[in-house]
Design a protein around this ligand. Structure first.
Ligand code: USQ
Length: 405
């Protein structure tokens, strides 16, 4: 297939490009390189040294003989160029990663909120409008998030996107299928909730074939392809805005930095290893909905864990200390989470779970590049509200918090 990978320079985008190219697909990356600009804005860098996208692609060609093409396009701002590109290249499938993906970055200031909404919502809508205008019947696979469901401990397993509800009507109760109600916990997660409505409309109105992947927190750094050459290495974020929880704990352990648990660490979240993430995208691409079908939604996760349990697991493995800090986010202190992921299992996904070997591999990568870490950028400082910001400022060390173990 000819596949356009929007946002193919990012953390999940790059290994996905390699994975699909290795399977013989013709891969085109469309990217505005905004993730690299945000590094510059924040004054942080990927823990792993990353080459330019052109250089990475050159190495891939050297290693495999396969070509990955790069097109510098800003989806959110260059609608005409995007439409023309789609009309000229007519991809069979489109994988859409091209959104600002960090919740803390989206909550940093009003400017960051506005940027995240403008970028993410416009990118998605421009894409949908351009697909219709170009008369393209490509299968669109979008990387969404488990965070659209929220973390409210309803008690019932979270279904894959849709919920049957009973509505009282004058002629008696009727059952209707609705999108699972969204309860985003950040401006970033809110944009992915808005994406769902855009998809619903374009599938219903124009017959676009769309799959939305509600992905959990990705951990790990290497995939089979990024291991093939040191210059194919994936980006790896450790800072308080872009680093995600388990990878941050593993990096912190590698540099003897006490593990930064927010609040009681009672937050339960869904997780997936990066290797499974790219495999799920391959599986979703093979299982396209038909024209006129509703949006197909998968829960792209393999296990759930409580944050403090992960900290304890990493501490046991590495001897790291665990520190309970005031939570910069507005989120439930404790929640349960049960998630259905039957569709990917039925398609043949064999989950990679939190095995010691893979956890150690991440610590080893972090140790190798530890000299590139600025320890002052490890704490998460983006607060969700002004009140929380004042509280965190008063007690940055979390002295008021009782240690919970
Ligand atoms: N947390 C800590 N300590 C840390 C970092 C995070 O306790 O040092 C806690 C947070 O307070 C939160 C949980 O860990 O309760 C998860 O935080 P995270 O930064 O790992 O994940 P999140 O902000 O939810 O976002 C990440 C990705 C996002 C993706 C999402 C999937 O950045 O792109 O959509 O995971 S999910 O969480 O399932 O919505």
């Amino acid at each position: 297939m000819r596949i356009a990978i929007l946002g193919g320079d990012g953390f999940v985008g790059w290994p996905t490009c390699l994975h699909l190219s290795a399977q013989g697909h013709e891969v085109h990356i469309l990217d505005n390189l905004s993730r690299r600009w945000i590094d510059t804005e924040l004054g942080v860098q990927s823990l792993t040294p990353m080459d330019s996208i052109q250089e990475r692609s050159r190495i891939w060609k050297e290693v495999t003989g396969e070509t990955i093409r790069f097109h510098l396009i800003d989806l959110s701002r260059e609608y005409e160029r995007l439409r023309q590109w789609l009309a000229d290249h007519r991809p069979d499938a489109i994988v859409h990663f091209a959104e600002q993906r960090a919740a803390p970055y989206s909550m940093k200031s009003d400017r960051h909120k506005v940027y995240t909404v403008n970028n993410n919502v416009n990118a998605t809508h421009n894409l949908l409008a351009a697909m219709v205008e170009a008369g393209l019947d490509a299968h669109l696979v979008h990387l969404g998030t488990m965070g659209v469901y929220g973390y409210s401990s309803v008690g019932a397993p979270i279904p894959e996107g849709y919920l049957d509800v009973q509505i009282d009507t004058p002629s008696g109760p009727r059952t209707q299928e609705i999108l699972y109600p969204t309860r985003p916990g950040s401006v970033y997660h809110m944009t992915k909730s808005l994406d769902q409505i855009l998809f619903q409309f374009y599938a219903q109105n124009d017959g676009l074939r769309i799959t939305d992947l509600h992905q959990g927190i990705v951990w790990g750094t290497h995939t089979d392809q990024t291991r093939r050459h040191e210059q194919l290495i994936n980006r790896f974020d450790y800072d308080g805005d872009y680093g995600t929880v388990l990878n941050r704990f593993l990096i912190q352990a590698a540099i003897d930095y006490p593990l930064t648990v927010h609040g009681t660490g009672g937050q339960t979240r869904a997780f997936i290893h990066i290797q499974d993430s790219v495999r799920c995208i391959e599986l979703a691409l093979r299982d396209a909905p038909a024209r006129g079908d509703r949006v197909k939604i998968f829960n792209q996760m393999t296990e759930t864990h409580r944050v403090r349990d992960l900290a304890q697991l990493v501490a046991k493995l590495t001897g790291a200390q665990v520190k309970f800090l005031p939570n910069p986010r507005k989120e439930a202190d404790e929640n349960d989470l049960i998630v259905k992921n039957d569709q990917f299992l039925a398609l043949g996904l064999e989950p990679t779970t939190l095995a010691e070997g893979l956890l150690s591999e991440v610590v080893d990568v972090a140790r190798k590049f530890a000299h590139r870490i600025d320890r002052t950028r490890v704490p998460a400082v983006s607060a969700w509200t002004r009140d929380i910001a004042r509280r965190v400022e008063r007690d940055p060390e979390g002295k008021a918090l009782k240690s919970v173990s």
